[in-house]
Design a protein around this ligand. Structure first.
Ligand code: MAN
Length: 564
């Protein structure tokens, strides 16, 4: 709002105490707030507030001459304004000032009826300018002879302010609700992590037992393997070769049987078709035509049809089906022959127990196995299961099962560590940033579009295209003290302690540091970037609005050692 400038002559005019704008409350001199009224009650004398030993006649209050060292005798003029702090006036203090040459009063009190009372710096009192922004009632100017008459605009200004305030309150309520939702969501996400931790812990317990069991069974299998006499040097004996040749041959034969069956079925369909034609021919020909050729043909067909020609039996077809089925139960289990088949033929000969009667053979076999293992384990017999000899499929399977189980166990353990660390991470007040994590907002500024992804990164994207520049990755939550005028739309930091997010180690700046960004947050109805400043080369600061910080009391951060 513009200020009304008037002749400076008015400033020279003496101002009478308790005259303008205070008619309804004669006991309170002009410019005195209810808070300080008690100091001005005595009808005879006035004691300077901070220096009560100094007393002056009441007539000297507001006489435009500064008598008290704390300026308290001039609450309604600018006479003591040289004592004034430059700006802004201090908020009302419960207790009057005690330092001698500083003002006892926070400023000139404007009653602003119909709006909100406030203090104006004494330097602005009776200066010929109506300071409606603070004093909407115009009481800051002496309206007497030669003074400036400022009309009371509180009704209009107050109405407008209330309208805006209502909108502000509405927006603030929406922001608060959004913050509540974010907190609920954050708690849900945290619970999810806690549940996952529980599941993983149980899973890890079970998995560890499984690994233990598999280790045991592998060890047992390997031990049993050592006892097998039929281990070869790994090159494979004749049995192996024979088995693989037989497998190949059988595969070829199976393929041929399949092909032949298909051909047979096709031929049969053809014969059936031809037989149908001839049969119809016999039914339909005219025997009265004495055509010898036709008669011979009919006779030949009758002879052919009279013969008994059995077709392929269903049982045979079923057998063929079984042979051709790749997973048929009756199929030979080649793996049984392919594994462990690296025995040498000589070794087969040495399995003499196979020549013994069954009961004796079993007994001898078990004793021999045990003896072999003992001899191997005591270094008397060479361990032929080691070296380049391939191990049995059973052992390979057991090993790969064990490896798989170990891998799963390790995966679960590292996921558990990740979640446990996450629970200890700082996600801000009420863990609210847990629900905003990775949420991104963008804003154009100059030749770039800037992006901020909460707790993740900041990025600079050239509007004309081209590569993006990383401006930092999230490091920690901190706080900063700010002191800025709040714009009319409320989209700014204001003053006080604010939560800030630090992003470091972005793309290296030529002839400079790695890019970094400090994102300072203030309350807003929705997440948005308000302002981006490159404070120094490649050191950025973003001002971001978010409901996440609405109503949050921020504690001032203890400065880090290197900042002292
Ligand atoms: C780019 C941008 C700027 C930065 C310069 C430094 O142009 O990242 O913000 O100042 O590089 O060379």
């Amino acid at each position: 709002m513009g200020r009304l400038h008037v002749s400076s002559l008015a400033l020279l005019l003496p101002v009478l105490a308790s005259t303008a704008n205070a008619a309804s409350e004669p006991s309170r001199p002009r410019g005195v707030s209810p808070e300080f009224a008690k100091y001005y009650k005595n009808p005879e004398t006035f004691m300077c507030i901070s220096n009560p030993t100094i007393t002056i006649p009441v007539a000297h209050v507001n006489d435009d001459y500064c008598d008290c060292p704390d300026g308290s005798d001039e609450p309604g003029t600018a006479a003591c304004s040289y004592l004034s702090p430059l700006s802004p006036p201090q908020p009302p203090r419960g207790q009057a000032g005690t330092v001698n040459d500083s003002l006892a009063l926070p400023g000139f009190h404007c009653k602003n009826k119909g709006h909100i009372a406030s203090y104006l710096p004494f330097t602005n009192v009776n200066d010929g300018v109506c300071d409606y922004e603070v004093c909407c009632d115009g009481s800051d100017e002496y309206g007497g002879v030669g003074g400036v008459q400022c009309e009371d605009q509180c009704a209009k200004i107050g109405k407008e302010w209330r309208k805006q305030d209502e909108a502000r309150q509405k927006s603030l309520n929406a922001a608060r609700q959004r913050r509540k939702d974010l907190i609920t969501e954050a708690a849900r996400l945290r619970k999810e992590v806690e549940d996952r931790i529980q599941t993983l812990q149980a899973q890890i317990e079970g998995q560890a037992l499984k690994v233990e069991g598999l280790e045991k069974s592998l060890a047992e299998m390997e031990r049993a393997e050592k006892g097998k006499i039929v281990k070869g040097a790994g090159k494979g004996g004749k049995m192996t070769v024979l088995a693989s040749l037989a497998k190949l041959r059988i595969e070829e034969l199976t393929e041929s049987v399949g092909r032949l069956r298909t051909e047979r079925d096709a031929a049969k369909r053809k014969v059936d078709e031809l037989e149908a034609i001839l049969s119809r021919f016999k039914e339909e020909y005219n025997p009265n035509f004495n055509d010898e050729g036709v008669k011979r043909a009919v006779k030949a067909w009758e002879d052919y049809a009279a013969q008994d020609r059995p077709g392929p039996s269903e049982a045979l077809d079923r057998d063929l089906d079984d042979i051709l089925k790749p997973d048929s139960e009756s199929a030979i289990k080649w793996e049984d022959f392919e594994t462990n088949t690296d025995e040498s033929d000589i070794e087969v000969l040495y399995r003499f127990e196979e020549y013994l009667p069954a009961p004796v053979r079993d007994w001898v076999d078990s004793k021999l196995r045990h003896l072999r293992v003992v001899l191997i384990e005591n270094g008397i017999l060479a361990d032929r299961s080691t070296g380049d000899a391939p191990e049995s499929k059973a052992v390979t399977d057991a090993r790969s099962q064990l490896d798989g189980a170990k891998r799963e166990l390790e995966d679960d353990k590292s996921e558990l560590t990740k979640h446990e660390q996450d629970l200890n991470k700082d996600y801000g007040p009420d863990s609210i940033f847990r629900s905003l994590k990775d949420t991104c907002v963008e804003q154009d500024s100059g030749e770039y579009t800037y992006e901020h992804c909460f707790l993740k990164s900041t990025t600079q994207k050239p509007k004309k295209g081209g590569g993006h520049t990383a401006m930092g990755n999230f490091v920690h939550i901190t706080s900063v003290t700010v002191d800025e005028d709040l714009p009319a739309d409320g989209k700014g930091l204001g003053s006080g302690e604010r939560i800030a997010l630090k992003y470091e180690n972005g793309q290296h700046c030529w002839n400079g540091p790695n890019r970094s960004t400090l994102v300072v947050l203030a309350c807003a109805e929705k997440d948005e970037i308000w302002k981006i400043v490159e404070q120094e080369k490649c050191v950025y600061r973003m001002e971001v609005g978010t409901p996440a910080v609405c109503g949050v009391e921020v504690q001032k951060q203890v400065p880090e050692h290197n900042e002292l």
